[in-house]
Design a protein around this ligand. Structure first.
Ligand code: DQA
Length: 170
């Protein structure tokens, strides 16, 4: 016997005729880079590629601008600077992208600072740290960020920005 198809359609609730405009993202997205990333382009290009940090920052800023958002790009070789900027981001940033570089694998101070954020936060690694030495396999950042992008090269930064903007506008 042929079964009757049952259409499970509920009457759609009708909302307002036009969608309300999404509020603009006024605060910048912070893009923080840690130790030795100032030498990208020169540093182990077979692992990190030939793009310099300033080129990455320009790329992220251009990508952000197209979407009507600003970025604030900062780099330091000092752990305390990164902690200070993350603390600042609590009130000043809409979201945060962080490549803490080697501090990812060592820094409880940066972990603790990230744990206090309640904005979307993405950890980026240019290289696939899981394919590399074992000491790079653990990150103190990963348990306190919204998501992790690793091994996709410098494109990881713009992908991280897209993920943050999707989160902020959902
Ligand atoms: C890195 C990976 C880290 O293990 C390393 O210490 C870095 C860069 C990356 O982007 O692939 O400095 O975070």
């Amino acid at each position: 016997m042929a079964r009757k198809a049952v259409a499970k359609t509920k009457a759609a609730k009708t909302g307002p005729a036009t969608k309300a405009a999404k509020p603009a993202i006024v605060k910048p997205v912070y893009v923080l880079n840690g130790p030795n990333l100032n030498l990208l382009g020169l540093r182990e290009p077979e692992i990190y590629g030939s793009t310099s940090l300033s080129d990455i920052e320009k790329m992220v800023a251009t990508h952000a601008k197209k979407q009507g958002v600003a970025v604030l790009c900062l780099q330091s070789n000092h752990e305390g600077d990164l902690v200070t900027w993350i603390q600042e981001a609590r009130s000043m940033a809409a979201g945060l992208i962080i490549n803490a570089a080697a501090y990812s694998h060592t820094s409880i101070a940066i972990h603790d600072a990230l744990a206090m954020l309640d904005i979307p936060t993405v950890e980026v690694h240019i290289s696939n740290v899981h394919k590399r030495e074992e000491f790079r396999h653990y990150s103190y950042m990963s348990s306190v960020v919204s998501g992790v992008i690793c091994g996709l090269g410098v494109k990881g930064y713009t992908l991280a920005l897209d993920a943050i903007l999707a989160d902020l506008t959902k």
